[in-house]
Design a protein around this ligand. Structure first.
Ligand SMILES: Nc1ncnc2c1ncn2[C@@H]1O[C@H](COP(=O)(O)OP(=O)(O)O)[C@@H](O)[C@H]1O
Ligand SMILES: [Mg+2]
Length: 243
């Protein structure tokens, strides 16, 4: 089967510095792919490049069979939704925050209302619909952020450390909810984290990114059990406190 996303000879640079180098990489339809790596490894660069937010210096990105590397059309960008660590909510109500993407797509009002209500309930924030975004807790704000991404019914959901700023109990509850939601919708998900606990829980496939290169990719438990030499120091440090 054709992968949902195929990356070929991708290079992202800042000046002469190579931020990311991916000779070949595939993401399958329905896969939940975890990207793990230390600070500065290039994880956010990876998310930005694959979601077409950052233009690569070289190489190509395919969606199914279509080369989308230079496709900045709304039609293509709308296949992807991105949620980052800092929710960056608009200075208005929760409802408005989640509905804005659909309004920009000119959906009929009634449909917007229905979809937003549905996703607020899914993320258990229906009771916050009229609340101002500035008055939310960190966990609530991240739920709004994720609802805002999922309401767009993306083909691929990109998550860049969405749980990193949350306290442990808040994180655990949200991890459970997002896992159940992604499981139901079967949304292809690219999930970046530096936290092995989160990745083991969510990701079926794990890729280890270090110094802008993928050192190892495979089923999560396999990568953790048999990290190859270039990834092992980093993986084993995590395993030593978690497993
Ligand atoms: N626009 C940029 N210009 C120069 N260096 C950058 C730029 N963006 C990121 N970097 C550098 O690239 C590396 C990878 O960054 P990033 O993708 O944010 O890493 P991560 O998300 O894994 O912490 C870091 O060393 C960072 O300082
Ligand atoms: Mg980052």
């Amino acid at each position: 089967m054709t992968p949902l996303i195929t990356v070929k000879n991708l290079e992202v640079k800042a000046g002469k510095k190579n931020l990311l180098s991916l000779p070949h990489f595939e993401i399958q339809d329905g896969e939940i792919l975890g990207i793990m790596g230390p600070n500065g490894a290039g994880k956010s660069t990876f998310i930005k490049a694959l979601s077409l937010l950052e233009k690569p210096a070289q190489g190509a990105i395919f969606f199914k069979d279509q080369d989308i590397t230079d496709d900045l059309s709304l039609k293509m960008r709308r296949k992807f939704a991105v949620a980052m660590q800092q929710p960056l909510l608009l200075d208005t109500t929760v409802f408005q925050n989640v509905s804005i993407g659909l309004k920009l797509r000119n959906l009929p009002r009634q449909e917007v209302k229905q979809k937003v209500a549905y996703w607020l309930e899914k993320f258990q924030i229906g009771h916050l619909a009229k609340k101002h975004a500035a008055h939310l807790s960190g966990g609530e704000a991240q739920r709004v952020n994720l609802a805002r991404a999922m309401v767009l019914e993306p083909e691929v959901l990109f998550l860049d450390e969405p749980f990193s700023a949350l306290d442990f109990p808040t994180k655990v509850q949200l991890l459970k909810d997002i896992k159940s939601i992604i499981g139901q919708t079967k949304t292809t998900t690219v999930f970046v984290s530096h936290d092995l606990m989160e990745l083991r829980y969510l990701a079926g496939t794990l890729a280890i990114l270090m110094d802008g290169e993928l050192k190892q990719t495979g089923p999560t438990e396999e990568v953790l059990s048999f990290p190859n030499p270039s990834a092992s120091a980093f993986v084993n440090e995590w395993k030593s406190i978690l497993l």
